[in-house]
Structures are given as structure tokens and as C-alpha cells.
Write a new protein. Structure first.
Length: 381
């Protein structure tokens, strides 16, 4: 059976250029980048080339990029480093669990945490963030774009007001990179998280941008890798793949692929609204990244619909992959004011640049039909 993949916010397929870069390293690049002989120096060059590509994507200096094991580690490292015991931290209610669960650990260590809620469209008001700041606030952490709704947050305004108060600013840009331009200088952030597998790179590799001059307490200690900021022998094949993915993500911002995703996303939403009653676009009135559509289909639990779609070769999810299987409704949607029932009836369609028109045509045909069938016969699931 043909399958059409619409869960690109959960993970993306690696690009051929990424695969080629990784295979080159696996076949003949097995040096330790810390070694001084030729093979080590070649491995070091692979790491530094990839670092340069990631830095170019973010508009920062290469020495401000630390390779990590992914978005989760980058988020953890940022929060644990910037929030000493006794300090105050401000986060949004719609952050990824990599931030929110780090907050729980920090709370146990004596950090006070204030949580700012979004409006009904899933967007934060910078003024509300401003109101939460205190003289002892050490860090503000607000994501650039939300993984469930795709809503783009006003991080540049938040960055400005946070800096005016001399407070550090972290943004989780895992779901923004490759979808909108992400420049650390325009955002004015001190720390930023990235993950390769959301931009057609491999899983298990990410990066933390650390503004030059900002004090940092490493999460991992050991050897002097990453200038003493992240110990452990570098994951060379993954870093090479990440470099190729970062390069392609930068090019993708300029080659028209984002416009194509937005047109597909809009066509899907329009078509569904015409074919089916009771569809609400969560975050639909806010600025969103082009690839993401979060839809509540009134009265149909998402689990039933996802199973029906999967049987017909359509892969999409109900929201965050990390909470799949959780019985709790999405914390993002409930923070936006949705009832638990409406949040449980939400599905997330996340397109990617490897989708084809055929994938979209299949979705346009199968999704409304499956919804109408489930409405007629709820026990069919
Ligand atoms: N932050 C956001 C917004 C995400 O969507 C994700 C992954 O879904 C992460 C962090 C975690 O990234 P990783 O899977 O690389 O640990």
C-alpha cells in the first residue's frame, strides 16, 4: 500500500544529500576528531564544516554552536545552565516537554517558575511575558514556533523586552528552523535549541546556540570536546548529516518549497471546511509556519480517526509525538482554552518538502471520507 506521511513535526525523512554525507563518514571517516594525526584532523574538519553550516543557518559564529544529542538536550542544557538555585524562570505554557519537564526538576532545586499562557490562538502576548519578569528573573524561555499548532511566537519583541531588563533569553527553535528564517541576532536570544531530525537530518543530533560571552554550566562533563561545553566523543556521522541538512534547510527557505507547503496546507483546510461540518483550525488566525495544520474535528476522538487513516496509508498524529499514548489532552490546546473533548478531537497535519501532490490528493480524498464514515458509524473504529 502507498503511504503518505504527514507527521513531519514528529520527524522527517533524511534527504539524499544527508544520507550521502553520513555514508561517506561511516565508510571512511572513522577518525576521532580530537586525534592529532591525519585521520583525526579530517574528522575534525567534518565537524567544523557542519558547525559552519549550522552557524550559517542561524546567523551566528561557528564557535557559538555546541553539538548536542538533540532538541531535548539543548533545551535541558540551556535551562539548567541559566537558572541557578534560588533564581526565577519564566516559560510559556505551550513549551515542549523538554522545557516543561526541565522546569519541574528546577523547581525541586529551588528555582521559582512563572508560566505565561497564550491567547485563544496559541500566541503569547509580549506584554504578559513582561508582567511576569521580576528583579530575580534569570531566564525567559519561549519557543519560536509551536510543534502542535505551528503558531509563530513574537520572539523578537520578547527578546527585546527581556534584554532591556538584562535577563537571558532562550528560544526553542526546533520547529521553526527550515520553515521560517531563524536569526539569533534578529531574535536577540542568548540561547537557542535546534534538532536535526526536524529538518531532514538524522535523529539524535542537535545544537545549542550559546551567545559568545554568556557563562555556561555544561550538562555533560568529561573530555574537552566542544570547547569544554559538552563532553563526549562527537557523533561524527550524525554531525555530518546535520551539516548537510542545515545547508539544505537554508536553501529551502529560498527555493519556493515553503510557498508550496503553505498552498497545500491552505488547500487542505479549505477542502475540509467545504466537505465536513464542525472543523476548527487551532491557531488559524495567528501567524503560523507553512507546514502545520492543527484541526479539531468536533465529536471524533483523534485516536479513532488516526487508526482509520493509518489503515488507508495516511500517517499523521494527534499532536506531540512525545505525548502520544498519554491519556491527558494536549497541554498546548487546553492552554489555548479548548475543552478537553475538543483537544482530544484534534489532529495535526504536518507537511514536509518530500511530500508530493499525490500525497496531498490522497489526503484530500481519504480524510473527509473517513471523518464522515466515523460520524455515521462511530463503532467502525
Ligand atoms: N522542542 C520541540 C519544539 C520539539 O518539537 C521537539 C521534538 O518534538 C523537541 C524540542 C525535542 O527534540 P528531540 O526530539 O531532538 O529531542
Amino acid at each position: 500500500m502507498r503511504t503518505a506521511y504527514f507527521d513531519n513535526n514528529a520527524t522527517t525523512r533524511v534527504l539524499p544529500s544527508v544520507q550521502a554525507a553520513m555514508i561517506r563518514v561511516l565508510e571512511d571517516g572513522y577518525g576521532n576528531p580530537s586525534a592529532l594525526y591525519q585521520r583525526g584532523r579530517q574528522a575534525r574538519q567534518i565537524v567544523e564544516d557542519a558547525r559552519g553550516a549550522v552557524a550559517a543557518l542561524l546567523g551566528c559564529r561557528p564557535d557559538e554552536v555546541i553539538f548536542t544529542s538533540g532538541g531535548t538536550e539543548s533545551d535541558n542544557a540551556a535551562l539548567f545552565s541559566a537558572c541557578p538555585a534560588g533564581s526565577h524562570l519564566v516559560v510559556s505554557a505551550i513549551e515542549h516537554d523538554a522545557v516543561l519537564n526541565a522546569c519541574l526538576v528546577l523547581k525541586r532545586q529551588g528555582v521559582q517558575v512563572s508560566v505565561v499562557r497564550p491567547d485563544g490562538n496559541g500566541r503569547l502576548d509580549p506584554e504578559e511575558v513582561g508582567k511576569a519578569l521580576r528583579p530575580d528573573t534569570a531566564l525567559v524561555s519561549v519557543m519560536t514556533a509551536n510543534n502542535e499548532t505551528g503558531v509563530i511566537q513574537p520572539v523578537e519583541e520578547i527578546g527585546r523586552l527581556v534584554h532591556d531588563r538584562g535577563i537571558a533569553f532562550h528560544t526553542d527553535a526546533v520547529q521553526a528552523a527550515g520553515k521560517i528564517p531563524v536569526s539569533v541576532r534578529s531574535i536577540g536570544c542568548d540561547l537557542l535549541s535546534l534538532s536535526a531530525h526536524k529538518i531532514h537530518g538524522p535523529q539524535g543530533i542537535g545544537a545549542l546556540y550559546l551567545r559568545k560571552g554568556l557563562a555556561f554550566r555544561p550538562l555533560l562533563v568529561g573530555g574537552h570536546q566542544e570547547r569544554g561545553r559538552r563532553a563526549g566523543t562527537e557523533n561524527l556521522p550524525a554531525i555530518a548529516g546535520f551539516g548537510a541538512a542545515a545547508l539544505a534547510a537554508g536553501q529551502g527557505l529560498e527555493d519556493g518549497s515553503i510557498t508550496r507547503l503553505a498552498a497545500w496546507r491552505d488547500a487542505i483546510e479549505r477542502h475540509l471546511a467545504q466537505q465536513v461540518d464542525g472543523v476548527a483550525i487551532n491557531g488559524g488566525s495567528a501567524p503560523r509556519v507553512a507546514n502545520t495544520s492543527n484541526l479539531t474535528i468536533k465529536g471524533i476522538p483523534s485516536t479513532a480517526l488516526l487508526v482509520a487513516l493509518d489503515r488507508q496509508g495516511i500517517a499523521l498524529s494527534a499532536g506531540s509525538a512525545c505525548r502520544a499514548g498519554s491519556r491527558r489532552p494536549s497541554h498546548v490546546l487546553t492552554a489555548m482554552g479548548l475543552t478537553a473533548a475538543d483537544a482530544r478531537a484534534a489532529i495535526r497535519i504536518s507537511l514536509g518538502k518530500l511530500n508530493s501532490q499525490q500525497d496531498v490528493d490522497d489526503l484530500l480524498e481519504i480524510l473527509p471520507r473517513s471523518i464522515l464514515e466515523l460520524r455515521r458509524n462511530p463503532s467502525a473504529a
